[in-house]
Write a protein that binds this ligand. Structure first.
Ligand code: ACO
Length: 429
């Protein structure tokens, strides 16, 4: 890392003055190295990691003020238009776009690993039929560590690649199984002649009783959704995967931890929460919509407009821009542009983009606002939305895990500002 400048921290009431190196990234904000503070008996305090770079990474770059997202240097808008999900997986994992033979080999490798061990089907029988598919996903993906422990030497790059490919390939299969289990329909084995998104739709919607043709409008839209959610640098779930992985834990268990973090409504659960919110709003009359906008602005009401706001983007989320286009295309092609729920969504978007409260706080629609609407139009049940996000984000998680492990492990161990009791003696009784 290039040290370009230094910062000096002077502690007011003492003689202590500490020099801190400042690193310059290839692009983006400079970073002060605060590690010398520990030797002086001082920690930094940053709840929510608002100002803390927890690692060095070369996978994804975000400029929240200018609405920029790039993977390995390529802008997300270009990738979404010209690449494919499997090619993006290769790029995130290896750092470069594949040439045609590298692509063919990688694609074949992913297709070759789509099946899950037959005993995993038994695993599902332990869950209640009304379980949330994210609960099932967490459990089953964690359970993969009990099935695929033949290549988990984290120090071996080939073992790490095998785990990465297994995860990317098996996630749609497990996600579709969790959907079929809730419906009480038989699991559908993957069809390796189909492309990634097509195969996922096939496993979700086909049945043994009739032939099923994948709708190209759906597979194109799903491919876009998968690409736009593939990675987003050090977000909560990726940081969870890194923290779990920093202990040397099994990669499947680490990804299961990431799935748990993603499930929360402030993170990946937001796409499901958007649709639940639209259902809660119910009636698309102007007064009713305004009532919910007023509730979102009321400090004494915990209600928030789901799908609005982002920790990192202070201007439009670049993924949301592409997703909005896809949303309009899909709705037009499916003839659903006038769905009442979608009318509410469009009106909410319009009001929020003009209302002083949202403008001042830079609360724009995020990627989940539009992805929820597309998935709904495709007939995908609401509780599968976050599952689809997890399928997509698996490559981001495993690419970050791989980068971290390859760079040498240092266990993640945050410190704290203790505010509990001082020492006291156990009372004599
Ligand atoms: N609706 C109404 N007000 C909001 C919203 C919202 N969706 N989001 C933020 N605000 C307000 C807050 O009340 C706060 O107002 P104040 O300054 O008057 O107190 C201000 O905007 C700043 O909000 P914070 O919570 O401090 O912002 P933070 O960066 O911590 O949170 C978050 C970001 C969690 C995404 C938040 O905007 C939110 O809860 N959004 C809704 C959930 C959502 O869509 N999550 C998806 C994120 S994208 C993803 O994970 C792929």
């Amino acid at each position: 890392m290039l040290v370009t400048r230094t910062a000096r921290l002077v502690i007011d009431d003492s003689e202590v003055s500490i020099e801190l190196p400042i690193y310059s990234p290839s692009i983006g904000q400079d970073v002060i190295d605060v590690r010398p503070l520990t030797a002086e008996g001082i920690f930094t305090y940053d709840p929510g990691f608002v100002s803390t770079a927890a690692c060095e990474s070369s996978i994804t770059f975000i400029d929240g003020d200018r609405g920029i997202l790039m993977h390995r240097g390529y802008p997300i808008e270009q990738l979404a238009r010209h690449s494919s999900y499997v090619e993006l997986c290769y790029l995130l994992l290896f750092g470069e776009l594949p040439n045609s033979s590298q692509y063919t080999e990688f694609d074949a490798r992913v297709r070759n690993h789509t099946l899950v061990h037959a005993q995993i089907a038994n695993f599902f029988q332990g869950f209640r039929r009304d379980a949330h598919p994210m609960a099932i996903l967490c459990g089953v993906v964690g359970g993969l560590s009990a099935f695929y422990h033949d290549h988990t030497d984290n120090s071996d790059p080939e073992d790490r690649l095998i785990s990465a490919v297994r995860l990317v390939a098996k996630m749609p299969t497990i996600a579709a199984m969790s959907y079929k289990y809730a419906l009480g329909q038989p699991f559908r084995p993957p069809r390796n002649d189909l492309k990634y998104a097509e195969n996922f739709l096939y496993m979700m919607f086909s049945t043994p009783c009739e032939s099923y043709e994948v709708n190209p409008v759906y597979s194109k839209a799903l491919e876009r959704i998968l690409m736009l959610h593939a990675d987003h640098e050090q977000n909560a779930s990726t940081s969870t995967v890194r923290l779990a992985g920093s202990t040397g834990a099994n990669p499947f268990a680490c990804i299961s931890a990431g799935i748990a973090a993603l499930w929360g409504p402030a993170h990946g659960g937001a796409n499901e929460a958007v649709l639940n919110m639209l259902d809660e709003i119910g009636d698309d009359s102007e007064e009713n919509i305004q009532r919910f906008i007023d509730r979102a602005k009321d400090r004494n009401d915990p209600f928030r407009l789901m799908g609005f706001g982002h920790r990192v983007y202070n201007s439009f989320d670049p993924r949301a821009r592409v997703m909005k286009e896809t949303c309009d295309e899909v709705l037009a092609e499916l003839g659903k542009a006038d769905d009442p729920k979608l009318r509410i969504a469009k009106r909410l978007e319009q009001i929020a983009l003009e209302d002083e409260y949202f403008v001042q706080r830079k609360l724009y629609p995020n990627v989940d606002f539009y992805s929820g609407i597309i998935l709904r139009a495709m007939g995908i049940p609401t509780n599968m939305f976050t599952v689809i996000f997890a399928v997509s984000r698996t490559i981001g998680w495993i690419a970050h895990w791989n980068e971290m492990v390859a760079g040498g492990l240092k266990i993640g161990r945050p410190r704290q500002l203790y505010s509990g009791e001082k020492r006291r003696d156990y009372p004599a009784r």
